[in-house]
Design a protein around this ligand. Structure first.
Ligand SMILES: C[S@@+](CC[C@H](N)C(=O)[O-])C[C@H]1O[C@@H](n2cnc3c(N)ncnc32)[C@H](O)[C@@H]1O
Length: 208
């Protein structure tokens, strides 16, 4: 009997499956962090308080395309889909295949597009699903730990892709994302949510 057969006979795969299911999305997210700590930049998903506060100022009735960078295991995805009108679409972009596979398997909504790629290429990706502009872009990217130059390229491309009246929504433990918004958007509102591990800085960069 080889090692696998021995494990099988002892019921180990079933136990591993049970542990994975019990951990659910939090387990998938933590695995993503262990494999790519600098790209993921957080050990836990955002709290419901962050999700609610971040999405509050969005004009949902006039949202045709909502883009999210770095959805991870989709903490924001269902809340966004719940608020989007029937003809609105949600496009998420993440560099991690573990997360994109997970989202494609768990979210079954015809308004949802999950793309494996980098936020730097947002303009091309938006065009690939038949749009010219996005109404809103939400970012969970860890701007302070991204490789040199990537943060500025992402912020510049985001400024070009958002329509007039739309906004760039960011949340981060540090103020790095807010500083990029200030550089690329003329008006930036900010807030702080304490009910998150750790507490988090929110910013809305408006395209005036
Ligand atoms: C802090 S985690 C996201 C947390 C999640 N949105 C939440 O609310 O819990 C950061 C995410 O950004 C992704 N990421 C990092 N660099 C990226 C890039 N250049 N383009 C798109 N996604 C990226 C990571 O794979 C990870 O999913």
């Amino acid at each position: 009997m080889n090692g696998n057969e021995l494990a099988e006979s002892r019921g180990l795969p079933r136990l591993a499956g049970k542990i994975k299911r019990a951990l659910g999305p939090a387990g998938v997210f933590f695995r993503g962090f262990l494999e790519h700590p600098r790209m993921v930049g957080a050990i836990a998903v955002s709290s419901p308080a962050v999700v609610k506060a971040m999405l509050e100022p969005v004009d949902w009735a006039n949202t045709k395309l909502f883009v999210e960078y770095g959805p991870g295991v989709g903490t924001f995805c269902q809340p966004v889909l719940d608020r989007l009108p029937g003809d609105g679409e949600l496009l998420v972009i993440d560099t991690n295949p573990l997360f994109i596979d997970y989202l494609r398997k768990t979210i079954k909504d015809s308004r949802f597009h999950a793309v494996l790629g980098s936020a730097e290429d947002v303009e091309e990706i938006v065009k690939s699903i038949g749009h010219e502009k996005a109404d809103y872009v939400l970012s969970g990217l860890p701007f302070s730990t991204l490789p040199d130059g990537i943060g500025a390229r992402i912020a510049a491309a985001t400024q070009r892709v958002i329509r007039k009246g739309g906004a760039f929504l960011t949340y981060q433990y540090t103020g790095a994302a807010r500083e990029y918004s200030k550089r690329y958007f003329s008006r930036v509102d900010t807030s702080r949510v304490w009910a998150n591990i750790p507490p988090c800085t929110l910013a809305w960069g408006w395209q005036d």
